[in-house]
Write a protein that binds this ligand. Structure first.
Ligand SMILES: [Zn+2]
Ligand SMILES: [Zn+2]
Length: 323
């Protein structure tokens, strides 16, 4: 397992100005729901099937695979001839939208999850393909910048660029930097080299928040604002996104402390947004089981998501006893 030099939680995942130093969330029961995970098809570490197996093994019944800008992992898992999954798989994506003109945002981005999108929507796939193309260009520019800095990772990067349908991002470059001995951990590589303002930073191009919301809705999905801990202090911004079609708010996010979860839940209720939650598991610093131990996503989040999508899970995976 990678060492975290700060000794604390992975700071790169605490996106926003709100400190997460309060008492942690204490799970009321082991979560059966996780609506935010990543696989190797974007910047996660595990193969999609290994992620599903790890989640099912600790009791997860509803899992959203929400890779950045790609549905490749979900398609593989649902392909004909694949073994039957031991949980309900929700087709998801995460779009790191470029929020030009909105100040005081982490990296100038708002991350929008699209839950329950239609895998066969061609316009959506075309939009994701453009996103991946712009990621690939950015990836190449960062690798070139690192070479100029005397921190070459070209060989590993070339291998990664040869994987169709997958999304490239900075965590993959960070892992190459660690493997080459240029950084002590993924988090350290992010903070010293790859984050905005650091020597190898290259700006992102792609969909804005409104465009991401529109694209997800047009593909039948639920657009959810991910891990935006500043939401309670920036209610007007979240309300504006809601007026533009945002339908959910990630309340039960693994890296939020208990007070932040409570404040986000109140905001979701106030703005009539569907509360969701998840681990945002990538796999750099812990196993899925270790991440899951500190995750609490109530069953009600999955029920609310399915209700908002106008669907039922194929099997009543959670909360189905009363119906
Ligand atoms: Zn994100
Ligand atoms: Zn994520």
């Amino acid at each position: 397992m990678a060492e975290d030099p700060s000794g604390g939680p992975v700071r790169f995942q605490n996106r926003g100005s709100r400190p997460m130093s309060g008492p942690p969330v204490v799970p009321r029961y082991p979560s059966r729901v996780d609506l935010h995970t990543h696989s190797r098809r974007s910047d996660g570490v595990l193969e999609p099937q290994a992620l599903v197996d790890a989640a099912a093994a600790v009791g997860v019944r509803v899992l959203a695979l929400a890779d950045h800008d790609t549905l490749a992992g979900v398609r593989e898992l649902r392909a004909p001839g694949q073994a039957e999954l031991l949980l309900e798989l929700v087709a998801g994506v995460e779009i790191n939208s470029v929020a030009s003109g909105i100040d005081r945002l982490w990296e100038g981005e708002l991350h929008i999850l699209g839950l329950g999108v239609d895998l066969d929507d061609e316009a959506f796939e075309a939009a994701l393909d453009r996103q991946r193309e712009s990621r690939s260009i950015r990836f190449g520019m960062i690798v070139a910048r690192l070479r100029e800095l005397g921190l070459p990772v070209d060989e590993g990067a070339a291998v990664m660029r040869n994987s169709p349908g997958s999304s490239l991002g900075r965590p993959q470059i960070a892992r190459l930097l660690v493997a080459a001995g240029h950084a002590s951990s993924v988090d350290a590589a992010m903070q010293t080299l790859l984050a905005r303002g650091k020597p190898a930073y290259v700006p992102r191009y792609g969909l804005g928040p409104r465009e991401a919301i529109d694209a997800i809705r047009a593909a039948g999905g639920l657009p959810v604002l991910a891990h935006f801990a500043d939401g309670p202090s920036r209610r007007a911004l979240v309300a504006e996104l809601a007026s533009q079609g945002l339908r959910g708010l990630e309340v039960h996010y693994r890296h939020f402390d208990a007070q932040t979860v409570a404040d986000m839940a109140a905001l979701a209720t106030d703005l009539r947004l569907v509360p969701t939650g998840g681990s945002d598991y990538h796999g750099d610093v812990e196993t899925y089981a270790e991440a899951h131990a500190s995750l609490f996503v109530p069953d009600e989040d999955a029920e609310a998501m399915y209700a908002a999508l106008g669907r039922q899970p194929v099997e009543p995976a959670v909360g189905g006893a009363s119906s």
